[in-house]
Write a protein that binds this ligand. Sequence first.
Ligand SMILES: [Fe+2]
Ligand SMILES: [Fe+2]
Length: 269
Amino acid sequence: MSKDISLIFVGDVVGEIGLNNLIAELPKIKEKHSANAIIVNGENVWEGKGINEEEANKLFDAGVHAITTGNHIWENWKSRPLLGKDRRVIRPMNYPAGNAGYGFTTFSAENGVKVGVLQLQGRTFMSTIDCPFNSADFAIDKMKSETNITIVDFHAEATAEKISMGWYLDGKVSAVLGTHTHVQTADAQILPHGTGYITDVGMTGPYDSVLGMRKDIAIKRFQLQTAHKFQVAEDDLKVAYVHLNIDGETGQTMSIMAHTTPKFENQVL
Ligand SMILES: [Fe+2]
Ligand SMILES: [Fe+2]
């Protein structure tokens, strides 16, 4: 059996509605790419903030191998027990020591090949947590003792910080995939030393919205400059993901392509 990995990485899933739509679409996506490894960013599943055990198990039952999260995982108490309990669920590694959960994990893909997943979070326009670059060095060394196929989910706000991480890790990991900003960027590429890269994978959930949340509430927050409770939107469901082919021997990315399905209306490609 080939040692190569055909990997699907799904961008931030928003709401129960986004989760259920992803689960319905996943068999088709998996078949289309003959995927043998699936990673999902689930930081926004539970009413837009965090993910609980039942929701995570729905993803695992659908064939997902690992779940990454992000800053919103800390805002939902229902997420906390999951972080300490299930090694397949990770959170950004560079939060200060003492917080619950794991920052990286490994799993066996369907062809038996081990895949490492590391999550880091940026510090620009976000909480000033530990240095993601130093954390990357530490975790990659650990993961490399088990496998040379390593995927980094870099959960960050600033495009410059994400691109910097891509260059910093080029040749050290299989891919650096950006999450958090919920808008898929048109820069999927293979960097010179074989690392697949995209600034943001995009959002999986309702697009008749502002980043998955009801647009009337989002507009009100900007106009009135006061707090109004976010609610997950409902219409125009899409799945945003990247597909990578990774060489099982070298750990280098051989191809990377970003997808949003179904495509945007009136999109000309
Ligand atoms: Fe998110
Ligand atoms: Fe986030």
